[in-house]
Ligand binder design. Structure first.
Ligand SMILES: Cc1ncc(COP(=O)(O)O)c(C=O)c1O
Length: 406
């Protein structure tokens, strides 16, 4: 492939694409497992994984084969007709989640829109027409379309897009008293992330989980868990809620579900799902054979390749090594997260860390300005972890060096 200069790439992209992303200037052209290659032939260890999406890394042979076979057979029909891959993926998701029914969407935000609609429909029919209020958490992230954006408890993201959707209340994450106070007879649902992925890798506390469980029992409200970032094995169990005592009425999925092929899903209990009757919700692409064949392959691969065990093992290794690095580098304030969703809080902005890592052949991203977010594929090996750790250590050394010079 012709090596295009970075100035030329930026110029061409900026001429035709809306300016909504701060992109790196490299042109990525191919990938294999945990590695991506730029047009200049340089390889990068990809610990971003399409932001927690490429659970099997890049160009996984089985996934490519599953998509190819399905594409040759049937890519898309519409939801006017039955097709098998969607049924099979729904069966597989029901089995691994313990929930009863599935609605397929195309992205995380769209899955959350579906969950919000379902919760409101349930509220109307189970509690009365004013039961439309949804409580969400400050620092949460649920997507960019208007209801999911409203649900996102980061007011700065709403700016410029008002009027946002009425009926949302926000409470500080892990503040049980605030949650109890926010509850009214009009509350139909509480929307939660077990680990806030975009909000800084913040874990839900046990005390807060207890309160949520108690409210669910006593107040007749639905518990919605957004597993878009934490789901599909990312935290070491198929879904993060499974490591807690939470019993969600609805969960939403996307990201890892298709291993890179766009797909989202709303999963609900029987009692909740029954409130989505004929024509209540829909999507042209949602659950099409191509996307669901990818999803089905992913669920099977996580089980058959024993990837949850790999996530747990690699996570233990990573956290142990990071914890010992922390002894020598006080710039590391805290290491938190679960499985392969690990946040490293630094007492400097992480942009410089990301840049230095990039120069040395490593892709990492942030969660908030001072938390480095580590998201390897679930297939990551110990060798790749060691490679990451070597580069990260060298980045920390460079930072310390710079700090000494000032
Ligand atoms: C927890 C969570 N919910 C929802 C979304 C939105 O997903 P999408 O970008 O696929 O719309 C994200 C994306 O980062 C997420 O992390």
């Amino acid at each position: 492939m012709e090596n295009i200069s970075k100035e030329a790439i930026v110029k061409r992209g900026e001429a035709v694409l809306m300016n909504t992303y701060k992109r790196d200037e490299k042109l990525l052209v191919s990938g294999k497992q945990a590695w991506v290659t730029a047009d200049d032939g340089k390889d990068y260890l990809d610990f971003v994984s399409g932001i927690a999406t490429n659970v099997l890394g890049h160009a996984d042979e089985g996934l490519v084969e599953a998509i190819t076979q399905q594409a040759k057979q049937l890519i898309h029909t519409s939801n006017l007709y039955w097709t098998l891959p969607g049924i099979e993926l729904a069966e597989a998701l029901v089995e691994v989640s313990g929930l009863a029914k599935v609605f397929f969407a195309n992205s995380g935000t769209e899955a959350n829109e579906g969950a919000i609609k379902l919760a409101r429909k349930w509220g109307l029919e189970a509690k009365g027409e004013s039961a439309v209020e949804i409580i969400t958490m400050q620092q949460s992230f649920h997507g960019r379309t208007i209801a999911s954006l409203t649900a996102t408890g980061q007011k700065e993201m709403h700016h410029g897009f008002g009027p946002v959707v009425p009926g949302f209340n926000y409470v500080p994450f892990n503040d049980a008293q605030a949650l109890k106070h926010a509850l009214t007879s009009n509350t139909c649902a509480i929307l939660l992330e077990v680990i806030q992925g975009e909000g800084g890798i913040n874990l839900m506390s046990d005390a807060f989980i207890e309160t949520v469980n108690q409210i669910q029992k006593e107040a007749n409200v639905l518990i919605l868990i957004d597993e878009i970032q934490t789901g599909m094995g990312r935290t070491g169990s198929m879904f993060a809620f499974q490591q807690t005592s939470l019993q969600p009425d609805i969960i939403t999925l996307a990201k890892g579900l298709g291993g890179g092929v766009p797909i989202g899903a709303v999963l609900a209990t029987e009692a909740t799902a029954r409130h989505f009757g004929l024509s209540a919700h829909g999507s042209t692409f949602g659950g099409n054979p191509l996307a669901t064949a990818a999803g089905l392959y992913i669920v099977k691969a996580i089980k058959e390749r024993d990837l949850l065990a790999n996530v747990q093992q690699q996570s233990r290794y990573l956290v142990e090594k990071l914890t010992s690095l922390q002894q020598s580098f006080p710039v590391i304030k805290e290491i938190r997260g679960k499985g392969l969703l690990i946040g490293i809080e630094l007492d400097v902005p992480v942009t410089e860390v990301i840049r230095l890592a990039y120069e040395q052949g490593l892709l990492v991203t942030s969660s908030k300005h001072n938390v480095l977010r580590i998201l390897p594929p679930l297939t990551v090996t110990k060798r790749e972890m060691d490679y990451f750790l070597t580069i990260f250590k060298s980045v920390l050394e460079k930072l310390s060096e710079k700090a000494r010079q000032f």
